[in-house]
Design a protein around this ligand. Sequence first.
Ligand code: 3PG
Length: 215
Amino acid sequence: MTQPNYDFVTAAPIVPVLVIDQLEHAVPLAKALVAGGLPALEITLRTECALDAIEAIAAAVPGAIVGAGTVCNRAQLLECQNRGARFIVSPGSSDAIFQAAHDAQLPLLPGVATASEIIHAKEAGFEILKFFPAEINGGAKALKAYSGPFYDLQFCPTGGIGPDNLADYLALPNVIAVGGSWITPKSAMQAGDWSKITDIARQAVALAHGIRNAA
Ligand code: 3PG
């Protein structure tokens, strides 16, 4: 059986978590982020046009690795795959979503916050997990503690991460990438200020590489 490809989580140290309110924003936003060095894009299923946005980016932005976030069940996962999503992120974990990802052969980041949830996801064969919501569940300190018992797992924390605490996370060897919405401020999205978003992405990538090189 072909193993799902997790290149989206190694393509860059940051995965932007995107809430797209207007479909016409999707393609220019994706192009702006790819230009800024962030090719893996998590489109959250929190808006009416999210699925259309996934489809539009998959069709028109070849440099993007487009995925879906806020995926909570099998039906959503399959619909996202039909629309062109190449990876799936879930805020939580369930046997049904694990099975759906396995059946679809799609890479999934299951959401976990506790040791028991980590064991549940590990038993289902997942080795890269979304730690969510990161900051209110102990943040980088919790991930450092998990590196002992779960030495063979990697995490992509999201929830409350930004330039001020990025270093706490990216300096940890068990953090493969971080996710966050700070790259795409609502004001820049509403103004269609795509070059500003490219600048924020570039700065974040430079900061991330600096942190990784110093770690
Ligand atoms: C997510 O869905 O991963 C989070 O909502 C992203 O969290 P943030 O908005 O605090 O970056």
